[in-house]
Ligand binder design. Sequence first.
Ligand code: FAD
Ligand code: NAD
Length: 469
Amino acid sequence: MSNEDYDLVVIGGGPGGYEASIRAAQLGMRVACVDKNSMLGGTCLRVGCIPSKALLESSELAHQAQHGLKIHGIETGKIKIDLQALLARKEKIVGTLGQGVAHLLKKNGVDSFQGLGRIVAPGQVEVTSGTASDTEESAAQTLRCRRILIATGSSSAPLKGVDLDAERIGTSTEALAYDKVPKELIVIGAGAIGLELGSVWSRLGSKVTVLEYMDIVLPGMDPDISREAHKLFKRQGITFKLKCRVTKAVQKRAKCVVSCDGEEDLTADRVLLAVGRRPHTSGLGLDELGVDLDKRGFVVVGKNFETKVAGIYAIGDCTPGPMLAHKASEEGIACVEAMKSGYGHVNYDAIPNVVYTHPEVASVGKTQAELEKSGIPVKIGKFSFRANGRALALAQIDGFVKILAQAETDRILGVHIIGARAGDLIAEAVTAIEFGASSEDLARTCHAHPTLPEIIKEAALDVHGQAIH
Ligand code: FAD
Ligand code: NAD
């Protein structure tokens, strides 16, 4: 099916690329989506959001069964964890959703191509199937199109001195599939991946040590939230070494040895490297085309996500901004809508960020530190989970909601939550910010009783010193 004409060829079938493909097809474009992997859905579905959340859920249930039920008067005794069954459940969820994405593309009339995409010229994407043997040339075909959207995502960032061998020293991809619970696990990096996957294996029985370069966990989050997170995760038995710059990790016989500046070497059965991700742009032919990359390798885009080369666009993890699945999707949809109507918009102040630990951590908008740095006067409202009836009924009393409102206009500029189901609770705050609500708007909105969202209402009331409880 070579030399076919498309309005749009999307390279990358992750949440950015596949959602953009579907929206473009809905808008009447003839679309092809190219992905080198046989399963669509990208990092998010195959080795990211979905498998990690499946493991987080299973391991949290195991933890609750052992440690969380006594308070309710329920005795369980010793429980047995079938790791293979737990991993198989995760794979089944991934498989089901993968088939779902393929079905959605087909249903919307998007042509899927499996193979490596490379832009040979504006309007021409070469797809190499990669199925040919070493002695044959790989089967290649060229898709001709009006526009090209790069949605090639990201991959784990390496760290100098850390000898990734995939056997004992690996990335999140390996940590989603350890076939045995490691006795000791060292996690390098206290970001989202380090804390989520560190929590999974800690709950399943590993002794987890997290090494973090900064003096705080989850750097970038509101410092009050980071401090609380550190305290709570420590209480769960995870060891943290902060201000610890890892310089080396190697395998020695059946152990891994990790070196940090100014610390004695540490040993463990496995090491998880989680120091960020880097954009995936190699092999796309971008240099030859003159598409600009910034100094960290992200594709530079201008108005409506178009690169310097007319007709070539980019969105998602391979472009600057938070590396989040929903950011990629929002951009993909805005990008193709702009192709059709000239207008597509993403509100970067209303992109939530959730870390699915227990308790969860969620935020949207600006942090207190960011607002102070910009000299914006703020009023702060705070309310604790422990003063909420539903939180007590759930026996989930740790954490708080913090609301930051512009001191003069009362407009909500940031909401930060640590506590049970924070990832669900943040949706109300995102809607509030999207609609330009004031803290008074939230405070005067009727919330069902007894529910966790009442904590948000009370925090909003607290902005003006009017909390009831
Ligand atoms: P990707 O999902 O990376 O998709 C890019 C696709 O492009 C891939 O399928 C790849 O095969 C394909 N591709 C690349 N180059 C080529 C080429 N030359 N030709 C053909 N195909 C190509 N984000 C959240 O929002 N919530 C979470 O809970 C969350 N959890 C995560 C957990 C882990 C362990 C990890 C690693 C990430 C997590 N993320 C999470 C981040 C999220 O996965 C990414 O932000 C998201 O997948 C980015 O989407 P994307 O479409 O830009 O790229
Ligand atoms: P991250 O950037 O969130 O955290 C990396 C951490 O590693 C930082 O705290 C950094 O200070 C630390 N670090 C860097 N170099 C170090 C060194 N030499 N020694 C010790 N510590 C060092 O990156 P991540 O956790 O790998 O996640 C990658 C991306 O995936 C993030 O952008 C994140 O948004 C996304 N993600 C999101 C979710 C979610 O939304 N729930 C979950 C997982 C991943």
